[in-house]
Design a protein around this ligand. Structure first.
Ligand code: ADP
Length: 482
């Protein structure tokens, strides 16, 4: 392992997305805030990201550091140093126009189809990370730990395992085990790992090549984003085929719950709100409710309970459950606001629901960071009926914004919401239980004193990154001392 000059380990954090440059989901938020907190606590850290157009356009202080020639993925690859707007966290950006310079999301084109060369695109991310974590690095920065996130960086532990010489230790963090980066065997041939690694004791997954399995198999340590999810993924059904491997590696598997960016998500100073507020001055929340009702074409009514939901609209997030109970739910005075994109059938379901309930249901199909903040502030309750949720962020944003979340007891939702204290929790993933839980929340809402207490309990909770970042630092130490 590389020798560290400073007391704390030096860390290379590898991620396919990072807020505020490029975001499709929670991993971007985490990549934008965990490294910043680790740095504040004294860790010397660099974040490695692909040079998508938005990353190149938004990163500050870009400087060319190195040109790689003849990597298996591309003839010429440039490595830039830069800094993240806002926190100033040092970035390393992989500039490779043939692989990253395209419109669309990091993973898919505009039609929602995966980029056909995702194997090559993220093999390059992993390759550069592995070079930087090894003796062959062209930089003066020599990480002790390469911290990988999700399948897109899953090849790093495998590449480093087979690399000669001194090398960094690896941590593989699972943000969502449902995404595994599975490719046909011919992708394996292009990566240059030894043929014997294409086996059940290695990167092979039911005849295919899995980037995530490569990470889970070869990493020195595995983490995931909540203790409950760490337990759930060691069994069916949430192990998604990896439960055997994860159960075998349980001694090297830790759940560390995510924090949130308490500055970006602060109702007292959020520029995206109609009016700021805090637990002592809740009038601003009513102004945001009104602004949200106006924006979404809902009837203006300060008293009617307004239920919000923001998510990728997929089976995982349980939007179908809301669609199923909505007609019944809407027989009572409630309003529903949804913001999301995803599954076309479910998207249409929400459009139709809004069309058939004008003034009571608003559906915005799309990705809108500003509106997501207004929903957190303007809604009275927040819905997260996820079938599984490794950690989840919105339930924490909701508590901070005085918008009690209604959540299924799974993964990080179970770990961060206390039933009847700062939110509402249901155990079984059924429409009946979900509906019953909403009814409980509506009953509490009608009792002003109880409701105020629930809001206050949530708003005063500390979801900052400090505690989690300290856990990661302790973990890095333990790994390096092994
Ligand atoms: P996941 O990463 O599984 O999508 P998380 O709850 O961990 O779920 O994080 C989702 C993040 O993405 C949150 O910050 C959420 O507010 C945001 N988000 C999801 N969908 C949208 C959308 N359509 N518009 C704006 N923000 C969204």
């Amino acid at each position: 392992m590389a020798a560290s000059k400073s007391k704390n380990p030096q860390v290379l954090f590898v991620t396919p997305e990072i807020y505020p440059l490029i975001k499709t989901g929670g991993l971007a938020d985490i990549s934008g805030s965990l490294p910043a907190t680790l740095r504040e606590l004294g860790t010397e850290i660099r974040v490695l990201v692909p040079g998508y157009p938005k990353v190149l356009a938004g990163a500050k202080n870009k400087r060319l550091r190195h040109v790689f020639h003849g990597l298996p993925e591309a003839a010429e690859v440039r490595l830039l140093s830069a800094s993240l707007p806002g926190s100033g966290v040092p970035l390393l950006i992989i500039e490779c126009p043939t692989l990253y310079q395209r419109d669309g999301s990091p993973y898919q084109d505009h039609s929602g189809a995966d980029w056909p060369d995702n194997d090559r695109r993220f093999s390059l991310l992993s390759r550069v990370a592995a070079i930087l974590g090894s003796d062959a690095s062209p930089l003066a920065f020599h990480p002790d730990i390469v911290h990988c996130n999700d399948w897109q960086s899953g090849l790093v532990p495998a590449l480093l395992h087979f690399a000669p010489g001194k090398k960094a230790a690896t941590v593989m963090t699972i943000h969502n085990l449902a995404f595994q980066g599975i490719f046909p065997p011919k992708s394996f041939n292009q990566v240059g790992l030894p043929p014997e690694s294409f086996s059940i004791e290695g990167v092979e997954y039911y005849g295919n090549f899995s980037f995530l399995k490569a990470g889970l198999y070869y990493a020195d340590h595995i983490t995931t984003v909540s203790p409950t999810y760490a337990r759930e993924i060691q069994q069916e059904p949430l192990g998604f085929g990896m439960q055997g491997l994860l159960a075998k590696r349980h001694a090297s598997l830790t759940g560390v719950v995510n924090g949130i960016d308490m500055d970006d998500w602060n109702p007292a100073a959020d520029p995206r709100l109609a009016k700021p507020y805090d637990a002592g001055h809740m009038a601003g929340k009513a102004a945001n409710k009104r602004a949200l009702q106006e924006k979404m074409g809902l009837a203006i009514d300060p008293d009617i309970p307004l239920l919000g939901m923001i998510s990728r609209i997929t089976h995982q997030k349980g939007g179908d459950l809301l669609l199923e109970i909505a007609p019944q739910l809407l027989q009572e005075p409630v309003q529903i606001v949804l913001l999301g994109t995803g599954d076309a059938t479910l998207e249409n379901g929400f459009r139709q629901l809004a069309d058939t309930h004008p003034g009571s249901v608003g559906a915005m199909i799309g990705f809108d960071e500003g509106l997501s903040h207004l929903i957190e502030a303007g809604a009275d309750m927040f819905l997260m009926p996820s079938r599984f949720e490794p950690c989840g962020l919105n339930q924490m944003y909701s508590q901070r914004y005085g918008t009690p979340p209604i959540v299924h007891a799974t993964g990080g939702l179970a770990d961060t919401v206390e039933d009847g204290v700062s939110g509402f929790v249901f155990d079984q993933e059924t429409t009946t239980e979900f509906h019953r839980c909403i009814q409980r929340a509506l009953a509490a809402y009608r009792d002003k004193k109880t409701w105020r207490q629930i809001l206050r309990n949530g708003m005063k909770r500390d979801f900052s990154w400090t505690k989690s970042a300290e856990e990661y630092m302790a973990l890095y130490e333990t790994i390096l001392n092994k």
